[in-house]
Design a protein around this ligand. Structure first.
Ligand code: GLA
Length: 742
């Protein structure tokens, strides 16, 4: 059993394949203290001493005059508020009398095989032989509030999913003002904090900095997980790198406002908290009601970032993504957005499809602009009726024409939005989120729908369903193109307005759930102005998410590196587009664009009828490579070998099969440098005692594989490296295939 309770020591002992997590019930009052998280332990004798209650200030039962000193240093499993711990609190509850002190003590616990669903929320799941759960019930004896701390241990994937449920076990109403999903107190170590920051078209860039004294936090108040900060944080030993050193990862399974914070206190101890952003949050909890907070996935790796990455990849592939598409090759799609923007007709779309079908592309996705009066991005969101001026004969006919070419058909929606200039807004202005008397802030000239309201969700879904039932649509791109502002719901009472941000997220989740129930085989791709809502929450609903509106191959190296730090390549939406690139104006080789897109879901986002003959001729070659290698890319283990972000002039990563017998090496030279020798790049994921034949993959030539004339030992490749010649010119790439020969 991966979870045990040692009665005598009162220790909860949680084990995964390579890690151990320990906490203990301490003192007569029943404090729950964090003892250890790290490399797997064989025995825990003496572990309770890690809570340091035998040294001053001791437990309050021994030294009550210094209770506040105890509170301010004890490694709490879930911190209190307002009663002496001056570090970040985990929970804030306002009583009817206006007080907000809360302090939790152990009451009981339960250990069971499997993992229960988190009501209304996306969450990891697993069978009884894959995951074991511990629920510790804590209680504040004064206000009568109970809290269930859940720990679900995924043994083979080396992760623990933590979540929190607050239960009002009293006969009074409370207002929750803060419920963190995770609090973890670690012994003071020198540590760096790694986060992912970004912007539109520049998502998920890695940033590493020293954690000094005080608090370092990242957050979102945009109503979505956001382009700007990602709901992820890692604490890393100073010497940790891709392959070695201690790394603790924390990743929040939620798509709305969040807070992630690391704090180093006066004693050098580190507290990490993660959860729904308490700013702009409140939740009224009537007697008997409960509040379920989303979960945080924690992992510890003794093998640097690479170990952390592969644990997350493994978990998300096995225990988060539910789609029937997960292990299937996704149809190679062509999306018309960068090809036409709003300027298209059904004829034009069919022209693109016809040409694409000849080249081996398998699905046409019609993006924004097919509904209402949507001739530009100023109007019609909410009016999900086909514009027959553009789509003569309707969507059913267009889908049939595309299907007749042997292609699937997919469609874009933005269901959470409403344009002020729309039929829907004329009929239901109160359906938009806004504050009465205040002109709501527009973004892309649109407002956000109040999805806390059942009738709004029902209406929008009925419109979406009508379109999907009226045509053979096998893929949906679900977009969300603005953040939330002016939080006001015409439906919620005054004392529940603070619930709107979270209710909006719950509403979105519920809509996606219902969409998938109605169309179980639908291939859903989430999107938010590119990658503004690329998070584990959305992954529960869609097996792939559009990574970024920036399709430039070189920008994508960094974006996809940051994304692949946490997410398997099979969920990163990546397309080949034209040059000069529409976002940065850069011109890169068609083969490099192909190679970068092949490391994601793979597709095209261009007008194939306007491609040069040379590029057009390369499309079937890229398609051939996709079919040959997508199984490996989709299911394989990911290794980062070199990063262009670390002031290197090249980028290199690998995908290996589980057995370490096959590997693809993706190499891109960013800028060429004169008069240097060839590069030697140490590889990973192979077998030291096996030999590998080296093949060069061509995304342009007649043959897919060319024998590079080398057989190299795995130990040589991993310890010394693979010699790669310097390509001629900027932005050149090389794709290499290694296969075990004995
Ligand atoms: C967002 C998406 C794009 C495209 C446009 C359409 O920006 O990220 O891919 O769908 O919306 O308006």
């Amino acid at each position: 059993m991966s979870i045990r309770f040692l009665e005598e020591e009162k220790i909860f002992w949680l084990d995964t394949k390579n890690t151990t997590y320990l906490m203990a019930i301490l003192g007569e009052e029943g404090f729950l203290g964090h003892l250890y998280y790290g490399k797997k332990l064989k025995g825990v004798s003496g572990a309770t001493s890690l809570a340091r209650v035998t040294e001053p200030p001791f437990l309050p039962e021994k030294n009550d005059r210094d209770r506040s000193s105890f509170f301010d240093a004890f490694p709490f499993e879930y911190s209190s508020n307002g009663v002496g711990d001056f570090r970040e609190s985990s929970l804030k509850i306002r009583t009817m009398e206006g007080h907000d002190g809360v302090s939790l003590f152990y009451v009981s616990h339960e250990i069971y095989r499997g993992k229960k669903k988190l009501e209304g929320l996306p969450a990891t799941f697993g069978a009884e032989d894959e995951v074991t759960t511990l629920v510790v019930t804590m209680k504040d004896p004064v206000i009568g509030m109970a809290v269930e701390l859940s720990y679900s241990v995924f043994e083979t994937t080396d992760v623990i999913a933590r979540s929190v449920k607050v239960i009002n076990a009293s006969d009074k109403t409370f207002c929750l003002e803060k419920v963190m999903s995770l609090c973890m107190d670690l012994e003071g170590k020198d540590a760096d904090v790694l986060t992912l920051h970004g912007s539109w078209a520049r998502e998920r860039r890695m940033e590493r900095k020293t954690l000094g004294h005080g608090r370092y936090s990242i957050s979102s108040l945009r109503g979505e997980s956001s382009h700007q900060e990602h709901p992820f944080m890692a604490l890393m030993a100073k010497n940790a790198d891709q392959t070695s050193g201690d790394v603790y990862g924390f990743h929040f399974v939620y798509s709305g406002n969040f807070l992630a914070q690391a704090e180093r206190n006066q004693f050098g101890q580190i507290r990490v908290v993660m959860g729904i952003n308490p700013e702009e949050f409140s939740w009224k909890l009537e007697p008997g009601e409960s509040f379920q907070a989303p979960e945080v996935i924690i992992t510890y790796s003794a093998h640097g970032l690479g170990g952390m990455t592969r644990s997350y990849h493994d978990l998300y592939r096995k225990h988060l993504i539910r789609s029937p598409w997960l292990h299937k090759k996704r149809p190679i799609l062509i999306n018309n957005w960068e090809a036409t923007y709003f300027d298209f007709t059904a004829e034009k779309i069919v022209d693109i499809a016809r040409e694409s079908a000849k080249l081996g592309i398998e699905m046409l996705v019609l993006d924004d602009g097919w509904f209402g009066n949507r001739f530009d991005d100023n109007r019609s969101l909410g009016d999900w009726q086909v514009n027959e001026e553009k789509i003569k004969g309707g969507m059913g006919k267009l889908a049939e024409e595309i299907n007749a070419l042997g292609m699937k058909f997919g469609l874009w929606f933005e269901p959470e939005m409403i344009s002020p200039e729309s039929k829907l807004y004329k009929e239901h202005p109160d359906w938009a989120i806004q504050i009465p008397g205040r002109r709501a802030c527009r973004a892309r000239n649109q407002y956000v729908l109040d999805l806390s309201r059942r009738e709004v969700r029902d209406y929008v879904l009925s419109q979406v369903f009508a379109v999907l039932h009226g045509a053979n649509i096998e893929y949906v791109k679900w977009d969300m193109n603005r953040p939330l502002t002016d939080l006001g719901s015409a439906d919620l009472p005054a004392d529940r307005q603070g619930e709107l941000y979270h209710r909006f997220v719950l509403g979105t989740y519920e809509m996606q759930e219902r969409l998938l129930q109605e169309f179980p085989n639908l291939l859903l791709e989430n999107c938010s102005g590119g990658g503004g809502r690329f998070d584990p929450g959305m992954l529960y609903y869609s097996p792939q998410i559009w990574c970024s509106d920036d399709t430039d191959a070189i920008e994508r190296l960094a974006i996809q590196e940051g994304t692949a730090l946490l997410y398997p390549l099979c969920c990163m939406g990546a397309h080949v587009s034209v040059c000069p690139n529409h976002t940065v104006g850069r011109t890169t080789p068609f083969a490099t664009r192909g190679m970068v897109a092949l490391s994601g879901t793979f597709g095209y986002e261009l007008d194939v009828t306007k491609l040069s003959e040379e590029d057009k001729a390369a499309v079937p070659k890229q398609v051939r490579a996709y079919h040959a290698f997508n199984d490996l890319i989709r299911e394989g283990q990911y290794y980062r070998c070199a990063s262009s972000l670390e002031s290197r002039d090249y980028d290199c990563y690998q995908v290996c099969d589980e057995a370490g017998e096959k590997s693809l090496v993706f190499f891109t030279q960013v800028l060429a440098t004169p008069n240097l020798r060839s590069r030697c790049i140490p590889l990973q994921g192979l077998k030291e005692d096996a030999n590998y034949k080296v093949w060069q993959i061509s995304l342009e030539g007649e043959e897919l594989l060319t024998d590079a004339g080398k057989v190299i030992n795995g130990g040589v490749l991993m310890n010394a490296g693979l010699i790669l010649e310097r390509p001629w010119g900027d932005f050149q790439s090389s794709l290499i295939y290694l296969e075990k020969v004995n």
